[in-house]
Design a protein around this ligand. Structure first.
Ligand SMILES: Nc1ncnc2c1ncn2[C@@H]1O[C@H](COP(=O)(O)OP(=O)(O)OP(=O)(O)O)[C@@H](O)[C@H]1O
Ligand SMILES: O=P(O)(O)OC[C@H]1O[C@H](OP(=O)(O)OP(=O)(O)O)[C@H](O)[C@@H]1O
Ligand SMILES: [Mg+2]
Length: 304
C-alpha cells in the first residue's frame, strides 16, 4: 500500500484532490471529516495540514505527499520533488512599508539608527528567512509569528516582512511594497529519497506504485495545457496546414474516402495536439485555409 499525504484544507486541498481524481485515483472519503481515504488499487490517502506533510513524508509516516515547495524548504528536511503540479503558484517575498526607504534587500544594511542587525523581520518562514539573510551576509532579528504577517510593520513589531504573495493584492492592501524574491513555490509531489527501498514492504512494489503514480499525474498535467483538433482541409492546402498544426509529431492525415480511390479526395481529415493557449488562432488559421468541420476536444491524458 502506498500512502500519500494530501492537504486536508486550505489553498492546495481542492486542486490536489481534483488532480488525483483526473488521474484515476478517485478520493473515496468515508465521511465528511474522514482523515483517510482509499484512492483505489494500492493507493491510500491521509488528509493532514499542508504544513505537516514534509515532516510526515520525511519520517516515513507517508510514502509521498502533496504540499507547497515553500513548506518543504521551511521544514529543512531532505525531500525530493518528483513533480511540479502546477497549482499553488506563489512567491515568498521580502516586503517593506510603502513609505519606507527600503527598495532593495541591500537597503537593509543602512537601516535604523543602530545600523546592521537592527532590522526586525516578521515571518511565518523563520527557516527560509534565516537562510536567505545568511546567504546574503546580512544580520537580522527574526520575529516569528503564525499569521497575518502583513500587519506587523504597522504595529511597530517589525521593520519588514517575509511572506507569501501571488497576485500582490494583500501586500498592496496593507501598504507594503515587494522588495525581493526569497523563493518561488508551487505544489509538488514529494518523497523521501531512498525511503521506499528501506520500507518493510517489498521495495520494488512501493517503488513501482510510486513510479506509476508519477506517470499518471504527469500525463494528466501534460494534457491540461493541450487540445485535440480535428478538421477536414483541402488536400492542396496540406503543406500550409502542417505549418499551422505542428502537433506532437506533425498532424495525423487521414484520407476521406468518399467513393474515390485512396489519395484522390479533395479533402483530407487532419488530427493534431495543439497548445490550448493558442487554440483560437489555430482555428482561425484552419478556417482561412479552407478547413471545415473543425472539432476541438479536451485530452484526458497525454504520454509522449
Ligand atoms: N495566495 C496564494 N496563492 C497561491 N498559493 C498559495 C497562496 N497562499 C498560500 N499558498 C500555498 O498554499 C500553501 C498552504 O497555504 P494555506 O493558506 O492553505 O495554509 P495556511 O494559511 O498557511 O495554514 P492554515 O490555513 O492551515 O492555518 C502555502 O504554503 C503555499 O504553498
Ligand atoms: O498576493 P495575494 O494574491 O494577495 O495572496 C497572498 C496571501 O495569500 C495567503 O493568505 P490566504 O489567503 O491563504 O489566507 P491566510 O492568511 O488565512 O492563510 C498569503 O498568506 C497571503 O496573505
Ligand atoms: Mg494561507
Amino acid at each position: 500500500m502506498l500512502r500519500i499525504a494530501l492537504p486536508n484544507k486550505g489553498r492546495l486541498a481542492e486542486e490536489a484532490r481534483e488532480l488525483f481524481n483526473d488521474a484515476g485515483l478517485e478520493v473515496r472519503v468515508r465521511g465528511d471529516r474522514a482523515l483517510t481515504a482509499s484512492l483505489g488499487g494500492e493507493f491510500e490517502a491521509i488528509f493532514v495540514r499542508a504544513q505537516d506533510i514534509p515532516e510526515f513524508v520525511a519520517d516515513g509516516a507517508a510514502d509521498a505527499g502533496v504540499t507547497g515547495w515553500d513548506l518543504v524548504c521551511e521544514s529543512g528536511r531532505a525531500l525530493s520533488a518528483l513533480l511540479d503540479l502546477g497549482f499553488g503558484r506563489c512567491r515568498v517575498v521580502l516586503a517593506a512599508r510603502e513609505d519606507s526607504r527600503v527598495r532593495t534587500a541591500d537597503d537593509l544594511d543602512a537601516f535604523g539608527p543602530t545600523g546592521a542587525g537592527a532590522v526586525r523581520v516578521a515571518t511565518v518562514f523563520p527557516g527560509v528567512t534565516r537562510q536567505f539573510f545568511e546567504e546574503r551576509g546580512q544580520a537580522v532579528t527574526l520575529v516569528p509569528i503564525s499569521g497575518a504577517v502583513e500587519i506587523a510593520p504597522h504595529l511597530g513589531i517589525a521593520d519588514v516582512i517575509v511572506d507569501l504573495t501571488s497576485t500582490g493584492s494583500t501586500l498592496k492592501m496593507n501598504g507594503l511594497r515587494e522588495v525581493a524574491t526569497v523563493l518561488e513555490s508551487s505544489a509538488r509531489l514529494i518523497a523521501a529519497p531512498g525511503a521506499l527501498a528501506a520500507a518493510g514492504e517489498t521495495p520494488t512494489d512501493k517503488q513501482r506504485a510510486l513510479d506509476e503514480l508519477v506517470m499518471a499525474l504527469e500525463s494528466v498535467l501534460r494534457a491540461r495545457g493541450k487540445r485535440y483538433v480535428m478538421a477536414n482541409v483541402p488536400r492542396e492546402a496540406l503543406e500550409r496546414v502542417k505549418q499551422v498544426l505542428p502537433g506532437l509529431n506533425g498532424p495525423t492525415v487521414i484520407d476521406l474516402l468518399n467513393g474515390g480511390a485512396v489519395g484522390t479526395s479533395a479533402y483530407v481529415a487532419v488530427h493534431a495536439v495543439v497548445p490550448a493557449a493558442s487554440i483560437y488562432r489555430t482555428i482561425a488559421q484552419l478556417k482561412s485555409l479552407g478547413g471545415e468541420g473543425i472539432l476541438v476536444t479536451r485530452i484526458e491524458r497525454l504520454m509522449p
